[in-house]
Write a protein that binds this ligand. Sequence first.
Ligand code: ATP
Ligand code: MG
Length: 235
Amino acid sequence: MLLEVKSIEVHYQKVAALKGISLKVEGSEIVTLIGANGAGKSTTLRTISGLKRPSGGEIWFEGERIDRLGPHKIVQRGIAHVPEGRRVFPDLNVIENLYTGAYLRRDKDGIKRTLEEVFGHFPLLKERRKQRAKTLSGGEQQMLAMGRALMSNPRLLLMDEPSLGLSPIMVHEIAKIIREVNKRGVPLILVEQNAELALSLASYGYVLETGRIALEGEAKELHKNEHVRHAYLGA
Ligand SMILES: Nc1ncnc2c1ncn2[C@@H]1O[C@H](COP(=O)(O)OP(=O)(O)OP(=O)(O)O)[C@@H](O)[C@H]1O
Ligand SMILES: [Mg+2]
């Protein structure tokens, strides 16, 4: 088991945002969390990556309990998070942004190799490597945010709403890259409001409703499920 989240509870002040979420990532798969606005998708990712401390439950990664570790330690363990709204450093150029993703690494040669791999996934970033991040389009910034996360050489990648606000062509491009990155051996948890996209990429999925897992199963099965079709696929 790569990651196991066991009955985590999370509060913002006194308000419960997660009321006992359990999920697993077994191996090199793509797992998705789908759900409406405010269901708790981002909170789940933020809790896994140590940005939010759970008030109950446990999180285990590669046999180690990580729910008491701070965000830097969790990055060190191999979990990288691409946050909602793809926060890149606007005044740094593409290369500088990418290097910030490797800030905990000391293996200079390894970092160079990873950079070449990232450019392999995103040739566009290579072309624009001297360009400031704020001058990139939304889709290019999403690529940069993802590339930066890959620079830490993660063993698990958490992606929050990568398709949000992108044109259909860019969504298609990002989906292709997510698939490619996963094929190269990086497991992912993909959070999406675009359930159609998420279920087409993932092998397993969880449906979050107001801080609870309402439903889980093989992505193919969820795609056929009546409730999912009505509530999330606009059928
Ligand atoms: N910083 C915060 N302070 C207080 N409440 C918060 C905070 N962040 C999230 N919440 C609340 O926690 C709940 C879960 O929010 P979360 O952002 O995890 O949902 P989400 O599924 O990611 O939604 P969206 O699809 O809109 O991104 C919501 O009720 C939200 O209002
Ligand atoms: Mg969110």
